[in-house]
Design a protein around this ligand. Structure first.
Ligand code: PLP
Ligand code: COI
Length: 353
């Protein structure tokens, strides 16, 4: 791709690295590329970060024909900047595009666009412990038209945000509320791809969770309300007995890149792993019999996030005395070690910018 670059004349003041939360500040530049049926994807460019001007009838504002991704750039002690598995995000973006009838972008072009933008704003990659540069690629439909059909024009953008922990509690265990009325996604729906509507559908239950002092919702399947699916912004793992267990990819949960990486790391460290159907009854029984040793979520934003409490049907169940477990900590240390370059990456997961 021939990416044109127009630099800002007014660089912003960077935020205090020790006070970073998630997704509130944005860097100096953004990437844009347009699609129309004549030219295909064209005009890749980097410009100063700023607001968009769009027609009020723009398709995505009404029907949500849009997809997004999330990945991070990490600064190592040697001052290198590493991306973690950007090819996997490009692949998932393609699969999200297919489900939403959006013309896919060549996966190498997606990675090239990410690398070019991060290079342009490389000074924004923070270096304090636990911080990183969150990368948000997204595509929106842009036809100014109120009829319901796939748009003929699209905009692909990437924005960057220096971030600290996703949850204000950091690596302290969170409380999670098991939602038994609302559903997030069903088979044949869009739960397996990263599109805006899934998150809109989740908000009402998240509000319930917050009232109960919980940080997020654990979803059950839409058909029977029995099977564990995933948490609002992360996949979920349980340590039951001596096994590290996570729900299989059912078609209605997001195939998380952190999930996939965690499974590989767990296997390589000698833990027994299982991807299978898990019922909420099995989870509650394991909690009551103390077979449930640990629980954690995995996600780019959330990293590996221990769960200390599950609230189901008004009962609070405590896990591992509300402390991070040994397996969760080991997996966290190994994953973040690879991401921050303190553990040798033998799998070719990291890409230097
Ligand atoms: N599930 C949902 C609903 C998510 O939003 C995310 C975050 O992207 C994940 C799971 C974890 O996916 P990943 O590990 O690729 O970030
Ligand atoms: C991520 O982990 O990248 C996410 O997208 C989660 C959330 C911020 C939607």
């Amino acid at each position: 791709m021939n990416i044109s670059i127009k630099l800002t004349g007014q660089p912003k003041t960077k935020p205090d690295e020790n006070k970073l939360s998630f997704g509130k500040q944005f860097t100096d530049h953004m990437f844009l590329m347009n699609y129309d049926s004549e030219k295909g994807w064209h005009n890749p460019r980097i410009e100063p970060y700023g607001p968009l001007s769009i027609d009020p009838s723009t398709n995505v504002l009404h029907y949500g024909q849009g997809v997004f991704e999330g990945l991070k750039a990490y600064r190592t002690k040697e001052n290198k900047v590493l991306l973690f598995r950007p090819d996997e995000n490009a692949k998932r973006l393609k699969s999200s595009c297919e489900r939403l009838c959006i013309p896919p972008i060549d996966q190498d072009d997606v990675v090239e666009a990410i690398v070019s933008l991060v290079k342009t704003d490389i000074d924004w990659v923070p270096s304090s412990a636990g911080t990183s540069l969150y990368i948000r690629p997204f595509i929106i439909s842009t036809d100014p038209f109120l009829g319901v059909h796939p748009s003929h024009t699209y905009l692909f953008m990437i924005i960057l945000s220096p971030v600290g922990p996703y949850y204000p509690t950091g690596l302290n265990p969170t409380s999670i509320y098991v939602e038994d009325f609302y559903k997030r996604a069903s088979k044949g729906g869009m739960g397996h791809v990263k599109t805006m509507g899934n998150y809109a559908a989740s908000l009402i239950a998240q509000e319930k969770a917050i009232k109960l002092n919980c940080i997020q919702t654990l979803w059950l399947d839409a058909h029977e309300g029995r099977y564990i699916e995933e948490v609002g912004a992360m996949n979920v793992f349980f340590v039951i007995g001596d096994k590290v267990v996570t729900p299989e990819l059912s078609g209605s949960i997001l195939p998380g890149i952190t999930r996939k990486s965690t499974l590989e790391i767990a296997k390589s460290l000698g833990y027994k792993t299982e991807e299978r159907k898990i019922t909420i009854d099995e989870v509650i029984e394991a909690l009551e019999s103390s077979e449930m040793k640990e629980c954690f979520g995995t996600g780019t934003a959330a990293v590996i996030s221990p769960v200390g409490e599950l609230i189901y049907k008004d009962i609070r169940h405590t896990i591992n005395n509300n402390k991070i477990g040994t397996i969760s900590q080991t997996l966290y240390d190994t994953l973040t070690g690879i991401q921050y370059g303190t553990i040798k990456d033998t799998r070719g997961w990291t890409v230097e910018v």
